[in-house]
Design a protein around this ligand. Structure first.
Ligand SMILES: Cc1cc2nc3c(=O)[nH]c(=O)nc-3n(C[C@H](O)[C@H](O)[C@H](O)COP(=O)(O)OP(=O)(O)OC[C@H]3O[C@@H](n4cnc5c(N)ncnc54)[C@H](O)[C@@H]3O)c2cc1C
Length: 395
């Protein structure tokens, strides 16, 4: 494995770092934000700035108007963008659009790409991804899907209730996952202004970094023409994996930027602030927390880069992306939690950016698979592998 960065990638990293410092961080206290995220007006301003800096939607293919970044290149650029909670919005690499763009590139027809993907890559439009449902529907276990799609002539009629749908308010289109009459699942594309899609409410959440918040969406006899099926009928669960393996990893990349910001803020404070006759950083208790932060950041980065490298070799990486997701979400959380501690009262108030990072990051251990589910699925694979090795040895 060679992790040396090309001169072009180093230059792109520097350009992204400067862009975030000069054009994005100054907007962090902009009033066009609420507990449900940056407003559409602020998003458009940020996207305009990234476009002018030639940094918009860098993960999209060159054919679609992006920079066609490899997974390793994404790891480098997304970490830099993640240094500000507004950075991923500016570069158009935030969830769920980033994952949806990847899925659309892989699965959509040429006509679907022209209609939905191209305007999304230019930052003109946004999307959402509707899979999770209230009990007894799909949650940590996606196979419990209750939303139905029933064939009606040349169309499908979709009925069901989804929640936690990030970006739903103000999104231009949705990718809906629904159960077919034979029990398989299919993904459907639909413009959000079609009759039959009702945004019941936006949910209050701990985080405030996603434009459009997290919505409850009802599908009430939504009529979708067969031409708007995403990929093939019955392959919804497989496409969910196509989307999720890289999407999990890009969460790790962006949140690594936020964890590094929290650590940098804590380190700066600990060097400057005195207690009991010396700077905080000279107290072993604080120094050890900073050293632990450094080790957690480094461990997270190694997992991201290793999995990104495997993805670049064309490997599926479901196991490795689960492992990276658990390691990163927990290591990055520890970094932010320690940073809060080092900052004292400022860590739990808006006086420092770390409070905001703390509340924004908590859900990362739950979405795209809670840590427990990843551990459980990894354990099953480990047992399976051990049994296979044993059988081969006895054969
Ligand atoms: C901020 C946020 C944004 C989200 N965005 C989207 C989105 O855009 N689109 C979308 O479709 N969904 C989205 N989700 C939903 C998210 O993917 C689900 O919350 C997640 O899959 C867990 O499902 P659940 O909330 O129904 O929890 P449940 O399924 O009720 O699980 C609750 C808890 O049970 C435990 N658990 C479950 N299974 C196991 C097991 N096998 N072993 C041990 N413990 C277990 C875990 O601790 C888990 O957290 C989002 C969620 C959040 C919080």
């Amino acid at each position: 494995m060679d992790f040396s960065l090309s001169p072009e990638l180093r230059a792109l990293r520097e350009r992204t770092r400067d862009f975030i410092a000069e054009q994005v961080i100054p907007l962090e206290n902009d009033e066009r934000q609420s507990s449900h995220g940056p407003s559409e007006a602020l998003r458009r301003e940020l996207v305009g700035r990234a476009k002018a800096a030639a940094l918009l939607t860098p993960h999209a293919s060159r054919e679609m108007g992006g920079l066609g970044l490899s997974h390793i290149a994404k790891a480098v650029v997304f970490e830099e963008a993640g240094y500000s909670w507004l950075g991923p919005t500016a570069l158009n690499i935030h969830a769920p659009d980033e994952g949806n763009i990847h899925l659309m590139e892989e699965v959509a027809t040429p006509a679907q790409k022209e209609r939905w993907l191209r305007p999304q890559v230019t930052g003109q439009t946004r999307s959402c991804f509707a899979m999770t449902e209230p009990a007894p529907g799909a949650g940590a276990d996606p196979s419990m899907l209750t939303t139905t799609a029933v064939r009606d002539g040349d169309d499908y009629l979709i009925n069901g209730l989804k929640w936690f749908i990030t970006g739903a308010e103000g999104a231009d289109y949705v990718i809906v996952m629904a159960r077919m009459e034979d029990g398989s699942a299919t993904m459907f594309l639909a413009d959000m202004d079609r009759p039959g899609i009702v945004l019941e409410r936006s949910m209050d959440a701990m985080d405030a970094c996603f434009t459009g918040g997290h919505g409850v969406l009802r599908f009430d006899n939504l009529r979708v023409p067969a031409a708007d099926v995403l990929g093939e009928i019955g392959k919804g669960f497989r496409y969910a994996q196509v989307r999720l393996a890289p999407a999990r990893l890009t969460h790790c990349m962006r949140w690594l930027g936020q964890a590094r910001r929290a650590h940098d803020t804590a380190l700066a404070y600990a060097r400057k602030r005195h207690a009991f006759g010396q700077p905080l950083v000279q107290h072993e208790g604080v120094g050890f927390m900073l050293a632990d932060n450094d080790m957690d950041l480094h461990t997270a980065r190694l997992h991201i880069w290793h999995t990104a490298w495997l993805l670049d070799q064309g490997e599926k990486c479901n196991f490795e992306s689960s492992r990276a997701k658990v390691v990163c979400s927990e290591a990055q959380w520890r970094v932010v939690d320690r940073s809060v501690q080092i900052l004292g009262g400022q860590g739990v108030t808006g006086e420092s950016p770390v409070m905001r990072i703390f509340t924004d990051m908590r859900a990362f251990r739950i979405y795209d698979g809670p840590s427990e589910v990843h551990r459980w699925s990894m354990a099953r694979k480990l047992v399976h592998l051990a049994e296979k090795i044993e059988m081969e040895a006895h054969a």
